[in-house]
Write a protein that binds this ligand. Sequence first.
Ligand code: MN
Length: 267
Amino acid sequence: MAGKKLKFRSIFISDVHLGFKGCQAEALLHFLHSVETEYLFLVGDIVDFWSLQRTPYWPQLHTNVIRSILGKAKHNTQVIYIPGNHDDVMREYIGYTFGNVRICRDYIHNTVEGKRLLVTHGDEFDLIVKHSRFLASIGSIAYGSLLRLNHCVNALRRLAGLSYWSLAAYIKGKVKNAVDYIGSYEAALANLAAEEGVDGVVCGHIHHAGMRQIGDTLYCNDGDWVESCSALVEHKDGKLELLHWVNEFEHSTVAQLEELIDLHRAA
Ligand SMILES: [Mn+2]
């Protein structure tokens, strides 16, 4: 997108899962082309090496996402890459900088308002992943089937003129265990931030975007680009906001987007 762009101080995205069929690379590219930012945080699971090991899959759009990120890194964006569990091979390179992309275990970001935010993927707090990689990979195969079903449901919804709807997100919201799980994950991350003496935490991993105060800690989860197409942004004045790119944003012009963001901020 040439010309006018949405300008932010920081953007946090995670759980992109490049190399996995469920990755919504087109929406992400549209987002990346629509924004300018001083800091871009890649908060883990950017490339899905687990899925690539099972099924080689790499369309051109996935290369384009990487090109777009490297293009920003080459110009005026500081790109910080915090590997997650699906791209844990990149954890071997913590401390290195490749093509202006810094690889860090985690990171403390200071917002313009002076808030200190701990940025981390968050998989250490997922007990299933921590204790059994085997169980977790069975889980991700089942998750793959659910996402394929989700694509069929949404193809039908498009034919019927309905907007995008996430089946996986719906099921997660309905299943009590999942709700309990999300709640305890959020509490664990907020606890970590409190222990570290920072004001908040930014994480991903559970594919469930959210921003809320837990005790004295601000919990932010930037969501994912498999189901919800969401990003956490820090505006130039330091205000934090969760953006959901699918539905209202995807096919809008930048002027319309600015209006929508103003509306969100007013609400
Ligand atoms: Mn993860």
